[in-house]
Design a protein around this ligand. Structure first.
Ligand SMILES: Nc1ncnc2c1ncn2[C@@H]1O[C@H](COP(=O)(O)OP(=O)(O)OP(=O)(O)O)[C@@H](O)[C@H]1O
Length: 344
């Protein structure tokens, strides 16, 4: 059974306005960290708010842990919402409450007795590394510490699901990495399912198992993070992926490349290495076997979801048919070879 099953969700905020969501269907498995990425206005916030029905879709079905949320009455919906914690971009802390009081707030609202609230807060603060800040006020905390409070508060009612709405977008890269590591750690320790939305592919790369890419209210691509990064099929996804892995070759570099000799052609290509061939000496093999010269213009090796992955720009020189043969051979190994324009 999926932890979250969204089926054909549609939402329009005003008649005639473009749809904020259009027929969005997603299934998120228990224990997954699932990312939704998209530009501003793509519909990510609307979608995540539909998961706990802070926003009601016009049509479609929202199932969480097997429960059809749209069929619940107010009381049952409140109970279902306690099974889902939410973390916000701007933390949404009460300035005049201490860390402990902020974390305890949802428990207070739910009517939990003070002694039990205190016991629960004493369990939660060490989970997010904030025992020492128990009595501090938000203004005395760094951004990362504020978000740790936000996370502890989201976990107060012992949810099985954590919804993160741009949880790291207000943080610097180092703090972002810490918070993402904390989310992954909590996922494992508390057996959580995490749904997060972000406009940053770097967040997806470092924390998610699967990802859906949204554009204009629709999911345009979806899959395991490694697959989406190494074989993006949609132009928007390619642009997102390029932000993280990069592939551009500086124009100055191109103009300094040697011209092809007589009878030679030059092909400028980007090669994505992923999986079993990522460590094979493909460039030297292709050069030797097809009698071409390959000049590495740029390159980088990385890891996504624990799998090796590389991207390289090559200027290849040789007889046109030999070049075609070499590039075809590389493709036959499963490498993703794309022209960077500029055929000579
Ligand atoms: N409460 C609302 N009333 C009217 N229109 C809304 C409302 N909330 C969102 N929209 C519109 O719905 C579309 C999707 O917005 P949404 O906030 O879900 O996108 P997003 O991908 O989360 O973008 P951002 O990162 O900027 O929040 C946008 O066109 C937005 O203007």
């Amino acid at each position: 059974m999926a932890a979250i099953a969204l089926s054909r969700l549609s939402k329009r905020f005003a008649p005639g306005a473009p749809p904020a969501l259009e027929e969005v269907s997603l299934e998120i498995a228990p224990g997954e960290v699932f990312g939704i990425v998209g530009r501003s206005g793509a519909g990510k916030s609307t979608l995540i708010r539909c998961v706990n029905l802070l926003e009601r879709p016009d049509s479609g079905r929202v199932e969480v842990l097997g429960q059809d949320l749209m069929s619940l009455d107010e009381a049952a919906l409140r109970a279902a919402r306690r099974g889902m914690g939410m973390v916000f971009q701007h933390f949404n802390l009460h300035a005049r409450r201490t860390v402990a009081e902020n974390v305890a707030f949802p428990l207070e609202v739910a009517g939990m007795a003070r002694a039990e609230r205190e016991r629960r807060v004493a369990e939660l603060l060490p989970l997010v590394g904030l025992e020492a800040k128990r009595d501090a006020y938000p203004a005395q905390l760094s951004g990362g510490q504020k978000q740790r409070v936000g996370i502890a508060r989201a976990l107060a009612s012992g949810p099985r699901i954590l919804l993160c709405d741009e949880a790291t977008s207000a943080l610097d890269p180092e703090t972002t990495a810490e918070i993402l590591a904390l989310i992954r750690d909590l996922r494992a320790r508390l057996d959580l399912t995490v749904l997060l939305i972000t406009h940053e592919m770097a967040v997806v790369k470092s924390v998610c198992d699967r990802v859906a890419v949204m554009e204009a209210g629709r999911v345009i691509e979806e899959g395991p993070v490694f697959d989406v990064f190494t074989r993006p099929t949609q132009p928007t996804t390619r642009r997102f992926v390029a932000e993280v892995i990069g592939h551009s070759v500086p124009p100055g570099t191109l103009s300094r490349l040697p011209q092809p000799g007589p009878g030679e052609a030059r092909r400028l290509v980007q090669v994505l290495f992923a999986g079993p061939h990522s460590t094979r000496a493909v460039v030297s093999e292709a050069s030797r076997d097809f009698d071409v010269d390959m000049n590495i213009v740029s390159g980088r090796v990385d890891e996504i979801a624990g799998e090796p992955f590389g991207v390289m720009a090559l200027a290849a020189y040789g007889a046109p048919d030999k070049l075609e043969g070499a590039l075809g051979w590389m493709r036959s190994l499963g490498l993703h070879v794309t022209e960077l324009g500029e055929a000579a």
